[in-house]
Write a protein that binds this ligand. Structure first.
Ligand code: HEC
Length: 247
């Protein structure tokens, strides 16, 4: 009884003190309540592995982006210690109108987008004010997992898919890509290797995607990536190099 009274008294005192300077009517309380109604809310759920494989410069984030800006406008990041197989929930709220996409992305310390793994366009939900749910199932968000989802699945598998539709015999679908790339000989260019472990610049993959690689093959791959990654091309290319150099 005594404790309860004391707590009540303290909170009454605090409210009174706060009100001395600012409360004339109760507007403050109303404003505080209504901020949660401002903007959209996106809730992501997934079972993730590979979160702890990133060094401290990077984070797995749920981030809101304004078109043309590669720096996240709002962001929530996962703790780097998230263990493999963890059920993960990230909620991004109070997303204002300027933000057009909310993305599961790898970001750096400056909130810069490195690569996007999944995205929702908020305009697709313009008529529905409810919380937008991203239920993504099982995800490998390690460096290679991020390249699979953010690069191969988005920009490559329409030509390098399975079912005998693999240009140059290269299958870049999930589960196949790693074995088709690492230390494998090129079928298009003699003496070249698709990916040379530990040597990005010596890898055909690096050469055909970077500037100057337009004419190495009969198909211009620099154009594929520069049209797909308008705001984060250099970051994606760097991520590929980091992956190869750490093999
Ligand atoms: C529109 C179709 C198309 C898309 C999209 C495409 N490629 Fe290709 N790719 C080709 C063709 C065609 C070749 C074979 C070119 C040749 O033989 O000169 C090729 C060859 C390659 C090779 C060389 C394989 C070898 O063994 O020599 C690599 C590596 C490659 N692509 C990677 C990629 C990556 C990574 C992406 C996504 C960023 C991608 N490609 C997107 C059509 C495509």
């Amino acid at each position: 009884m005594f404790t309860t009274m004391t707590l009540k008294n303290i909170s009454f005192l605090l409210v009174s003190l706060l009100c001395l300077s600012a409360c004339d009517s109760g507007d403050i309380l109303n404003q505080e309540l209504s901020t949660s109604d401002l903007g959209r809310t996106v809730k992501l759920t997934a079972t993730m592995s590979g979160v702890d494989s990133w060094d401290s410069k990077y984070a797995v984030s749920l981030a809101g982006f304004v078109p043309g800006d590669n720096y996240a406008h709002v962001v929530r990041t996962l703790p780097a210690t998230t263990a493999d197989g963890s059920q993960v929930e990230l909620v991004l709220s109070n997303i204002d109108d300027e933000v057009k996409t909310v993305e599961l992305a790898i970001t750096n310390r400056l909130r810069e987008r490195i690569i996007t793994l999944a995205r929702v366009n908020l305009e697709d939900y313009a008529d529905n004010p409810d919380t937008i749910r991203m239920d993504l199932g099982h995800l490998d968000v390690s460096r290679f997992g991020a390249l699979q989802m953010g690069l191969f699945d988005m920009a490559c598998i329409q030509c390098h898919g399975g079912n005998g539709r693999s240009a140059a015999g290269l299958n870049l679908t999930a589960g196949q890509s790693l074995g088709h790339l690492v230390d494998m000989p090129s079928t298009s260019k003699s003496d070249a290797q698709r990916v040379v472990s530990g040597d990005a610049e010596g890898s055909l993959l690096h050469q055909i995607l970077n500037e100057g690689g337009e004419d190495i093959l009969h198909y211009n791959h620099t154009e594929v990536v520069s049209s797909q990654f308008k705001e984060n091309l250099l970051e994606v290319l760097q991520l590929i190099d980091d992956w190869i150099n750490k093999l």
